[in-house]
Design a protein around this ligand. Sequence first.
Ligand SMILES: Nc1ncnc2c1ncn2[C@@H]1O[C@H](COP(=O)(O)OP(=O)(O)OP(=O)(O)O)[C@@H](O)[C@H]1O
Ligand SMILES: [Ca+2]
Length: 953
Amino acid sequence: MEQYLLDNFDLPAKNPSEEAQRRWRSAVGSLVVKNRRRRFRHVPDLDQRHQDHAKRRSVQEKIRVALYVQQAAITFIGGAKKNEYQLTDYIIKAGFSINPEELASITSKHDLKALKMHGGVDGISKKVRTTFDRGVCATDLDTRQSIYGVNRYAEKPSRSFWMFVWDALQDTTLIILMVCALLSVVVGLASEGWPKGMYDGLGIILSILLVVMVTAASDYKQSLQFKELDNEKKNIFIHVTRDGGRQKISIFDLVVGDIVHLSIGDQVPADGLFIHGYSLLIDESSLSGESEPVYTSQDKPFILAGTKVQDGSAKMIVTAVGMRTEWGRLMSTLSEGGEDETPLQVKLNGVATIIGKIGLVFATLTFVVLMTRFLIDKGLTVGLSNWYSTDALTIVNYFATAVTIIVVAVPEGLPLAVTLSLAFAMKKLMNDKALVRHLAACETMGSAGTICTDKTGTLTTNHMVVDKIWIAEVSKSVTSNSSLEELNSAISSSAWSLLLQGIFENTSAEVVKGNDDKQTVLGTPTEIAIFEYGLSLQGYRDAEDRSCTKVKVEPFNSVKKKMAVLVSLPGGGHRWFCKGASEIIVEMCDKVIDQDGDVIPLSDDRRKNITDTINSFASDALRTLCLAFKDVDEFDENADSPPNGFTLIIIFGIKDPVRPGVKEAVQSCITAGIIVRMVTGDNINTAKAIAKECGILTDDGIAIEGPDFRNKSPEEMRDLIPKIQVMARSLPLDKHLLVTNLRGMFQEVVAVTGDGTNDAPALHEADIGLAMGIAGTEVAKESADVIVLDDNFTTIINVARWGRAVYINIQKFVQFQLTVNIVALVINFVSACITGSAPLTAVQLLWVNMIMDTLGALALATEPPNDEMMKRPPTGRGESFITKVMLRSLEVRMVTSRSPTALMTYSWRVISGWIQVAFAILALLIFLNSFVVQVCPARLLFGAAFVWKSTPA
Ligand SMILES: Nc1ncnc2c1ncn2[C@@H]1O[C@H](COP(=O)(O)OP(=O)(O)OP(=O)(O)O)[C@@H](O)[C@H]1O
Ligand SMILES: [Ca+2]
């Protein structure tokens, strides 16, 4: 059996091949699937998907042609001739002076001529009543939405409850039973008269209706849950300027005229025009399939929705939203292709198929036996040539019983229970700050053996403050005003102005005024820490230090690990400022400023002193950054910042404390057999200090730097990798390499966290990619399977807990189903052979089935995780699902026939609402009546009653 499952029902959790997806579908066949629509509802329709891909590619191709092939640009998708656009009274009255279609077409057609005609980006901004520094007014958002549209894509209407009822009715066996019931009513009425003759048939019909309603209700509820999660997934937050202040708004609230701030890793939320920015590199591949990213600037100001910011930063003005963008049209052509099936779902489809086939055999056997006995009986008593209408009724009843056995025996609920269980876990996780993007991730996370985690923000709080500095050859701690006082007297005024200039020019942080006039600093935590430190110093100097203009900005990214700006000085000449990872900046310096503010050469002694300072800061778990400058007379507009010749100004030591609870979480990982490895872009000593504090780095573990790791041979890697606990100064590439090797060489199930754009490959490669919700970029989130909304390591462990719970719950549910199924089958068959009648009538079997498939799944599949689950090692890759333990317990259960007890215990747990209470009691009464009293020995009855009583209400 295990082998059969492995051959036909084995699917990798991530990026399964189409062949594997088709294989299991065909292995399921159609004989034992009672309701195709329902069974495969949560599984993508591969043919449909194929068509969608083709459709999408052709739209992309059209866009590509329009954007990249010059002549075609004139005859863009909308049509060849020049449109006459008119302003309606409504638009004029509202104070706007451009037609929405016309505005949208400027960007989508990259129509420079039309843009010029409207007075360029400036002109457009006036026509849509917005200004670059104040943005739109919050008061006229509704008018804008009614004229220029809402930033949503047309979606298919969601399915109503009655559609789920219709789906549930598509069940072949139920349809057959219906027919039987109708026959039985007709025959019954004819032979036994009104009303007695129709009891049997009516009972079946009512039961079927009940089964259908309960099934539909449960499915409907699940679909609502998925919809909710789906909305959550699509809801991205973006930064805009409105009413003169910078704010974070939902992508759905974006309107034409909004001023959007774009930075590296963002997905462009709407069509727009470039206002101002630095080295903005846009990746248009998702829209046009064109893989070469394009530089966007004032000369080429068109930015299209759905593209991604690969580098740089910019502000843009929104010109079209929602369905007026190409992206909107592209998105709305996509059908809901369905989530990829998960390995557990597939495996359980396999189990269900096997049991279904067995059920089919038994059902046929039961029918044959019943018929044979009936015929023999008949032949012995009245003779085979005399037929009465009661005989027909008996046969219809036999047939109904046989069909019902199939209803019970084909465990249709089994694969659906996985979906139910996963959906439940997803919902709970959502409340606990983890957004599961792919169903399978939750399941895989339960078997994760390694977590490669970021440091900053995940293990630490990401609330950074400058704690120590080194300037003019002395280190000082930054604690109180008195230390500022001291600093003020210690360094010369030229050093002061260099420092302040450096801090305030070389930054991507920004001071914004909220609605309540309170100032806040926006930016990454590192930037904020330095900026705020600068603000605290500013009290000692005047603003005159800040009067230079930025010429060029090279924004920070985690490959370069530095940020550079070029400013033109008020007195003439230009100056580069560069700040970044301490070792890298120090490497670029050959001078340093001393206490008098003079520039002196960096002798070996001084260099050693600096390195020692950096190491001592780092060993105190401080993140170290350096700031340096270089004056230049002339520069090339297109050249990068110089690689050397800088003068070091200051070393910052920034404190970023470990999050509370992380140490315990790491400990619980160790207990659960999950190895935690820290992969960080930070300094190795900082990383080690933090790792020790969290309990990640132990005495026999290894801490290594990215460049060292990268250059190891495969053999060395094989020895090294299991021992690596910390990897510092790593590039995103190193993270990817580590993950590939852990998976390839060691068959580990690997979870990886990431935030940056460059982490996308590692997130993609990992079994479970976890992106950070706060610090993470859109690109990282898009490549991830789970989004950790609070960036917290503890949340990641919670995902693992739920993953394990899902796995164990499903195991329990399979066990429960198998027990009941097999017991019902055997009892029916044996008693049919011995007594000539089935002990469970069709109605009773339907009850049993309802409890099992729907309510049982609800009870068992939704049990929350407990601490015990985190005390055993993870189930590794390819471990058999129907483990030996399960099989053994199954045998025991079958022998002692404990199923009624189990059934009752479980159905009791199910009972949550009053309707369910009524159902369950009714079901149990019937069940007790038939199953327990007639078939089971008295011991079991007492046992059952005991369980019944002792289960708290
Ligand atoms: N805004 C910035 N400007 C200049 N340098 C920075 C900036 N932010 C971080 N750095 C430097 O770059 C280094 C590496 O950053 P990187 O993004 O690779 O790591 P991280 O993501 O911050 O850390 P982790 O991987 O632990 O989350 C930091 O240690 C710091 O020295
Ligand atoms: Ca990182």
